[in-house]
Write a protein that binds this ligand. Structure first.
Ligand SMILES: NC(=O)c1ccc[n+]([C@@H]2O[C@H](COP(=O)([O-])OP(=O)(O)OC[C@H]3O[C@@H](n4cnc5c(N)ncnc54)[C@H](O)[C@@H]3O)[C@@H](O)[C@H]2O)c1
Ligand SMILES: [Zn+2]
Ligand SMILES: [Zn+2]
Length: 402
C-alpha cells in the first residue's frame, strides 16, 4: 500500500510499504477513506518533537471502513464505517473508565507510565504506524473506534478524528464558564475549534491571536475579536480590551513551534529575550533540516506561554493543548505562581469527548465544515505537507484522500 513514511527530520516520503495485518485479538484492520495533516505532524518533521523512529508511518487522523476484526472485537464488523480517534485507549483501565483516555494504562507498549499512545508518533508514544496510508491496524478497536452515522460525510468526520475534540478539550481544561472572556492563541485548525468550543460552553467573548490574515479572518467569522501580533502587542491589547483586567481563560493552541514577535510593539516590548529564545530552540531541537523555507522550527518556543500568563486575569486559568515535547522545560512559572493561576494541559481524551461531538454534528447543532479548506489526493501529499508547513494563505485544514 501507499503511506507517508518518516525517514528523518525534514525527510518524509510517499512510499510503498507492506499492508498491515491483525496482530492482537482487539485489533481491527481499517481501509482509510480520509486522512489529514495536523500541526502535530509538523513538529515531528521540523525536529521540535524528537524521538521519531525512521520507518514510522505518519498521521493520526482518519475515517475508514472496517475490513477485518480480531475475535476480541464484538461491536464492529467488516463494512462498518468508523472514525479513528488519534489516541489509543483500552476502555478497561482505571484511567479509561474515568475518562482520561489519553492516559490509558494499557495501550502504550512502553508501559503505564509512558503517557499517551497515539498513531504515527515518536518512540515513547508506541510507536504505532500512522494513518496517512491506505490501510491501518487499529489496536483496542472495540474501545477506540467510533461507528459513524451515515449522515455525517467524511469531510465533517475527519475533523472529529483529532482537532474538534482537541479544541473542545482545550475549552474544558480552561474551565470556560458562561460569560467568560477567553483568549485563544493560535488561529490554526485547532485554535478554530477551541474558539468554537469556548462559544459552545457559553463564553461571553473570545479573543483570537495569530499573525496570519486568513486565519484571523476565519476566527472573526466565528465571532472572535482578533489581534495580529505583528501589529499589536497581544498582552497590552488584551488588557486594553478587558478594562485592564485580562481574560478569564487562555487556551494555547500553538505549541512548541510558536513564533516570537519579530516586529511591531510586541517585539519592542520584549527586547533582550532573543537570546533566551535562541537557547530554548537549541536545546529543544538540536537537529534540524530546513529546506527551501520548509521545516523551519518556530522561533520562540515559550512565546505563547510567556504571553498567556500575562494576558490572563489574576486567578485565571491557562490551558495548554499546543504540543510541547518531553525535553522542553521552559515555562514562566514565577509569573504563574505569583498571580494564582490554574494551569491545565495535556493530550486530548478523544475517546471520552468525541461521541458527544459526533451527535452535535449529526443533529445539525454545530457544523465544523468551514475549517476544512483543502482536499488533496494522496499522490500530492508531500506538496500538501509543504504548503501547510509554510502556512500558505487559505491553507487551513488539509484532508488527504488515499
Ligand atoms: N493536545 C492535543 O491533544 C493536540 C491535538 C492536536 C493538535 N495539537 C497541537 O495543537 C497545536 C495547533 O495545531 P494546528 O494543527 O492548529 O497547527 P498550526 O501549526 O496549523 O497552527 C498554529 C497557529 O499558531 C500561530 N502562531 C504561531 N506563533 C504564534 C504566537 N506566538 N502567538 C499566536 N499564534 C501563533 C500560527 O500562525 C498558526 O496559525 C499544535 O501544537 C498541535 O501539535 C494538540
Ligand atoms: Zn492531529
Ligand atoms: Zn485504558
Amino acid at each position: 500500500m501507499k503511506a507517508v513514511v518518516f525517514h528523518g527530520i525534514g525527510d518524509i516520503r510517499l512510499d510503498t510499504v507492506d499492508d498491515p495485518v491483525l496482530r492482537q485479538p482487539g485489533d481491527a484492520l481499517v481501509r482509510i477513506t480520509s486522512s489529514a495533516i495536523c500541526g502535530t505532524d509538523l513538529h515531528m518533521v521540523r525536529g521540535t518533537m524528537t524521538g521519531m523512529q525512521p520507518g514510522t508511518i505518519l498521521g493520526h487522523e482518519a475515517v475508514g471502513i472496517v475490513e477485518e476484526v480480531g475475535r476480541g472485537v464484538r461491536n464492529l464488523m467488516r463494512g462498518d464505517r468508523v472514525l479513528v480517534p488519534s489516541t489509543i485507549s483500552c476502555g478497561f483501565c482505571a484511567y479509561c473508565r474515568s475518562g482520561y483516555t489519553a492516559q490509558c494504562d494499557t495501550a502504550n507498549p512502553n508501559g503505564p507510565l509512558a503517557g499517551t499512545a497515539f498513531y504515527g508518533g515518536p518512540k515513547p508514544t508506541g510507536p504505532f504506524d500512522g494513518l496517512q496510508a491506505q490501510y491501518a491496524r487499529t489496536p483496542f478497536a472495540h474501545a477506540s473506534l467510533i461507528r459513524l452515522p451515515d449522515d455525517i460525510d467524511d469531510d465533517r468526520a475527519i475533523l472529529m478524528s483529532d482537532i474538534f475534540p482537541t479544541g473542545y478539550f482545550g475549552a474544558q481544561l480552561a474551565e470556560v464558564k458562561h460569560g467568560d472572556t477567553v483568549a485563544v492563541f493560535g488561529a490554526g485548525p485547532v485554535g478554530q475549534f477551541a474558539i468554537a468550543s469556548a462559544k459552545l460552553m457559553g463564553a461571553g467573548r473570545v479573543i483570537a491571536v495569530d499573525r496570519l490574515a486568513s486565519r484571523l479572518e476565519m476566527a472573526r467569522q466565528q465571532g472572535a475579536e482578533i489581534i495580529d501580533f505583528d501589529r499589536d502587542d497581544p498582552v497590552q491589547t488584551i488588557l486594553e480590551l478587558t478594562g485592564g483586567i485580562g481574560v478569564d481563560r487562555v487556551i494555547d493552541a500553538v505549541g512548541v513551534d510558536a513564533l516570537r514577535a519579530s516586529q511591531g510593539p510586541a517585539a519592542a516590548n520584549q527586547q533582550g529575550s532573543e537570546r533566551e529564545f535562541d537557547e530554548e530552540l537549541r536545546e529543544i531541537a538540536p537537529q534540524r533540516n530546513e529546506q527551501n523555507g520548509n521545516w523551519k522550527p518556530g522561533s520562540g518556543p515559550s512565546q505563547v506561554l510567556r504571553w498567556a500568563v500575562k494576558a490572563v486575569a489574576k486567578a485565571g486559568t491557562v490551558a495548554v493543548i499546543g504540543v510541547y515535547p518531553e525535553n522542553d522545560r521552559f515555562f514562566p512559572i514565577g509569573q504563574a505562581m505569583n498571580r494564582n493561576l490554574s494551569l491545565k494541559m495535556g493530550n486530548c481524551n478523544h475517546r471520552s469527548i468525541t461521541p458527544k461531538l459526533v451527535e452535535l454534528v449529526r443533529s445539525g447543532s454545530f457544523d465544523p465544515i468551514a475549517v476544512l479548506t483543502q482536499r488533496e489526493p494522496m499522490i500530492n501529499v508531500i506538496d500538501a505537507y509543504k504548503a501547510f508547513d509554510k502556512r500558505e494563505a487559505g491553507w487551513m485544514k488539509v484532508k488527504l484522500e488515499p
